[in-house]
Design a protein around this ligand. Structure first.
Ligand code: MN
Length: 206
C-alpha cells in the first residue's frame, strides 16, 4: 500500500459537472476545492505543529490539539469516501445494491426501502453539521447506520465505513437552500453501489 507523510486532496473520480442536477457543478467545485481542501490543510498543519513540538521539546495542549486533529482527519477521510461512493446518475449511480451487500441489508433491515428510510432519517435529523453513514461491524458482520456529528463524533470503533452522505450545509446549500430532506432524497440517484459493495466485501470478518 502506498504511504504518504501528509494528506493530499484526492481528485474527484468524475467531472465537476457530472453529478448535476443532484449536485451542481458550482456546489461540487466549492465543496471539493474549498471545504474538503480546508480539512487537508488543517490536518497537515496540526501534524506539523506536533512534529515541531516534538523536535523542540515544547508542551502542547494535547486535549485541544487532538480534538482538532480528529476533526480534520475525520473530515478528510469522510470526504474522500463521499466522492467515491457517488457516481453520475445512470452511469454507475443509483439503483439498488446487489449480491452480498443486498443480502446483508435484507437480513438486517428487512428491505432495501427500510434501509433507505433509516439512513435518510439519520441524514435529515443530524443536528447541525454531520453525516449519515453505513458501516459494518467487523465482529458481527452486521451493517450499522451511524449518525456522525461534525466529522468525528459518534463513530463506532471497529466498524469500517462503507458509504457516507454529507449533510453539512456546505454540501447542499447552493442547490437546495435549507431543504436538506430534498438533497437526501435525491442522493439515492447518485449512490455508487458497486463501490459500497466492494468496501462491504473487504470489511467482512475473517
Ligand atoms: Mn463537506
Amino acid at each position: 500500500m502506498e504511504t504518504q507523510k501528509f494528506y493530499t486532496l484526492p481528485p474527484l473520480p468524475y467531472g465537476y459537472g457530472d453529478l448535476a442536477p443532484v449536485i451542481s457543478e458550482e456546489q461540487l467545485r466549492i465543496h471539493h476545492d474549498k471545504h474538503h481542501n480546508a480539512y487537508v490543510v488543517g490536518a497537515n498543519t496540526i501534524l506539523e505543529k506536533l512534529e515541531a513540538a516534538r523536535k523542540g521539546g515544547a508542551d502542547l495542549d494535547m486535549k485541544a490539539t487532538l480534538k482538532e486533529l480528529s476533526f480534520h482527519v475525520g473530515g478528510h477521510h469522510l470526504h474522500s469516501l463521499f466522492w467515491k461512493n457517488m457516481a453520475p446518475a445512470g452511469k454507475g449511480g443509483g439503483g439498488a445494491p446487489t449480491g452480498a451487500l443486498a443480502d446483508a441489508c435484507m437480513a438486517e433491515f428487512g428491505s432495501f426501502e427500510r434501509f433507505k428510510k433509516e439512513f435518510s432519517a439519520a441524514a435529515t435529523s443530524a443536528e447541525g453539521s454531520g453525516w449519515a453513514a453505513l458501516s459494518v461491524c467487523k465482529t458481527t458482520g452486521r451493517p450499522l447506520v451511524m449518525q456522525i456529528e461534525k466529522h468525528n463524533v459518534n463513530v463506532y470503533p471497529g466498524c469500517p465505513i462503507l458509504m457516507v452522505l454529507d449533510v453539512w450545509e456546505h454540501a447542499y446549500y447552493l442547490d437546495y437552500k435549507n431543504d436538506r430532506p430534498k438533497f437526501v432524497e435525491n442522493f439515492w440517484q447518485i449512490v455508487n453501489w458497486q463501490e459500497v459493495a466492494r468496501r462491504f466485501e473487504k470489511a467482512q470478518p475473517r
